[in-house]
Design a protein around this ligand. Structure first.
Ligand code: HEM
Length: 488
């Protein structure tokens, strides 16, 4: 034991960080709320890589583009796993899903099975008209409600219905009738409770310090109860329905939605029935909330910046000359795309990415990273550090067109600016980027073409204060926005 201790302190070269105490490590100094701003401030003291000991766990924080490149790309395999955590173990059935599983055979299989029905250009082309129809319904609802143009509405709930319909039509060929549809109310309740319990910082103490875990029993029981009711809901109302339709059609069945592909993979013995449910669980949290937060941020910023709305409208009318914005012409609208990017830069929805983990001891920069460390890349700080961005607090899409000096590196076939990684990059990067970017571009284009978006009467600006969780950054108060119709 003594020999081991001497060995490990003399041969390791750990990243800098505050001096840890026995048992608690740095937890008493840093607390539970390890958000992107606190970690950015700590990087000013300890440098662009530092280590926090949180009870029995190591947290390594990376805050510059070169090290982000190493974690996500050049050493993407070494750092390609995900750390475990007592709460996520419950919500992922100990890694039976894709988002939180370790890098290995199971992850590869899940990523392959999910790619065909969700993450290809073919899927985008197949569904983009449906997305546009769902967006037109939002425009109609806003136009047909006079209050919206005078007092404004809390836009989140209507966009939430739109996004659930987009994703549930892709997943199950099913949709919700309205915001009052009992199934919509139930699905959103389950998912928001899941997000609240998983995102909260309040369980960290019991995760970090095994001695304190008994105090977490009540919290973990709540998580288990919710998860079993939630998975049963997805299963009986959605997955089983597709199984029935497939069985009734037999050989003649034509694959009509993502779930059919996934059930097909299960029937061939590639994945288990539980894996099918965890795919549904992952899409419900990874796809819908992130995209919804980004929309809320974009709309709030646009309402606060009428000139940017005008520029988007001008670009659309100059380039498309009266033709509607569709997925196929989005690439002709650079200012619109820059507005999407600027939203994701200033309000990075997953500011620390999803945590990475090294299964074995590894090297990062000149430091040794003990095996099974949680490694986070502070993507928000990379995108908001004044060392790399001019006036980073300003919402200014032009910065993406004026080519402020980036820190680009070649990854795969293209170049990546490692200051701007809202979807991560490399093996564990977000496969949903192929859907999220066009959906965001289309929504912003639809709303800006049809409405002047403004703060409600009596307010100068919409409040864009933020609230964060373990992996989320959303607007603190859901905005009320006035939508004044523009004559067609
Ligand atoms: C604006 C919207 C979105 C943002 C900002 C976002 C961001 C991210 C980030 C930062 C990660 C982790 C990257 C890393 O660990 O290095 C991630 C992972 C993931 N995202 Fe997204 N995402 C969005 C939308 C979507 C959508 C629409 C889907 C699916 C339809 C999706 C599915 C996933 C999945 C499955 C993973 C896990 C990948 C893996 O672990 O291998 N995301 N996303």
């Amino acid at each position: 034991m003594i020999i081991h201790f001497i060995h490990s302190t003399t041969t390791t070269n750990l990243p800098p960080g505050p001096r840890p105490l026995p048992i608690f490590g740095n937890w008493l100094q840093v607390g539970n709320d390890l958000n992107h701003r606190l970690l950015a401030a700590m990087s000013q003291t300890y440098g662009s890589i530092f280590l926090l000991k949180l009870g029995s766990k190591n947290l390594v924080v990376v805050s510059n583009p070169e090290l982000a490149n190493q974690v996500l790309h050049t050493q993407g395999i070494e750092f390609g796993s995900r750390p475990r955590n007592v709460v996520f173990d419950i919500f992922t059935g100990n890694g039976q899903d894709m988002v939180f599983t370790i890098y290995g055979e199971h992850w590869r299989k899940m990523r392959r099975i999910m790619t065909l029905p969700f993450f290809t250009n073919k899927v985008v082309h197949q569904y983009s008209e449906m997305w546009e129809n769902e967006m037109d319904l939002v425009v109609d609802d806003l136009r047909n409600n006079e209050i919206v143009s005078k007092e404004g509405i809390v836009i989140r709930r209507r966009l939430q219905l739109m996004l659930y319909n987009i994703m549930y039509r892709m997943m199950f060929d099913a949709k919700f009738e309205s915001q009052d549809d009992p199934m919509f109310i139930q699905a959103t309740k389950f998912n928001s409770e899941r997000s609240r319990l998983a995102q909260s910082f309040e369980y960290n103490y019991g995760d970090f310090i095994p001695l304190l875990r008994p105090f977490l029993n009540g919290y973990l029981k709540k998580c288990r109860d919710l998860q079993s009711r939630r998975l049963a809901f997805f299963n009986s109302f959605y997955v089983e329905k597709r199984r029935k339709i497939m069985a009734e059609n037999g050989e003649k069945h034509k694959i009509t939605c993502a779930m059919d592909h996934i059930i097909d993979a299960q029937t061939k013995g590639e994945i288990s029935e539980q894996n099918v449910l965890y795919i549904v669980e992952n899409i419900n949290v990874a796809a819908i909330e992130t995209t919804l937060w980004s929309m809320e941020w974009a709309i709030a910023e646009l309402a606060n910046h009428p000139t940017i709305q005008r520029k988007i409208r001008d670009e659309i009318s100059t380039v498309l000359k009266g033709q509607p914005v569709t997925e196929s012409n989005l690439h002709e609208l650079p200012y619109l795309q820059a507005t999407v990017n600027e939203t994701l830069r200033l309000h990075t929805p997953i500011p620390l990415l999803v945590p990475h983990m090294n299964l074995e001891e590894a090297k990062l920069g000149s430091y040794t990273i003990p095996k099974e460390s949680k490694v986070v890349v502070n993507a928000w700080w990379l995108a908001n550090n004044p060392a790399w961005w001019q006036n980073p607090n300003e919402f200014r899409p032009e910065r993406f067109l004026e080519e402020e000096g980036g820190t680009e590196a070649v990854v795969g076939g293209g170049k990546v600016d490692f200051r701007f990684l809202p979807f991560g990059v490399g093996r564990r990067s977000c496969p949903g980027i192929i859907l999220a970017l066009p959906i965001l571009g289309l929504v912003i284009a639809r709303l800006a073409s049809n409405f002047e978006m403004e703060a409600p009467p009596g307010l100068d600006k919409i409040d864009v204060n933020e609230e964060g969780g373990q992996f989320s950054l959303h607007i603190a108060r859901h905005s009320t926005v006035v939508f004044k119709p523009i004559k067609p």
